[in-house]
Design a binder for this molecule. Sequence first.
Ligand code: MG
Length: 255
Amino acid sequence: MKIKNLILMSVMVLSAGIIQAQNTQVIAHRGYWKTYSSAQNSITALVKADSIQCYGSEFDVWLSSDNQLVVNHDAVYKGVRMETSPLSACHAVILNNGENLPTLQEYMEKGKTLKTRLILELKEHSTPEQETRAVEGIVKMTKEMGLEDRMEYISFSRHATREFIRLAPKGTPVYYLNGDLTPQELKEWGCAGADYHYKVFKKHPEWIEECHKLGMKVNAWTVNDAADMKWLIERGTDFITTNEPVLLQGILKEN
Ligand code: MG
């Protein structure tokens, strides 16, 4: 009997591991860019994230000086400051794969033809008013494009996070990135969960379970190392944002 019980328990533990592993979803950080002819935040990176069946493709958004939305990470890229330059100057920047720096409109038009979810990070702008204008523009464009059920919004800015929660359709996932709110506080804000640097979860592993108990999700970024990926998968992390989506997919398949 004892041996039978042991075998049964082992099967149960293994099954739980498999179930947990299958639950972890892959988000490509700035798209899938570490591959041929791609570049961070390029339309190609979005297409390539979709082509390898990532749950989502993350990208960064700025509001230009003429109140247009562009896709880029750095505040200043190739000599152009996004916030203080017009759309024409931002769009004229050539990415490392030869593409023009995309407008959000172009990004969404391509996204509409794909399946991967669009994980939109609004960067911290110099004033709250700029961020409100950006959120208003993003929410409006999303509606016009018919992409409301494909979007998730994330930000390091507390103001932008609150504005997404206020203005996006109810039920749209909104996550805060800065790592300094407890799961209970995130719940009170109306966030969908904790979307924190993985070291925050290493410091507070109990937050993963706390989020789940509160009915929220857990996303860790930017996880590029196999050991860290495994640590997070074992603890039931819902999403992992990574520059190495193929590595992560391989680990999930092994489990
Ligand atoms: Mg980002």
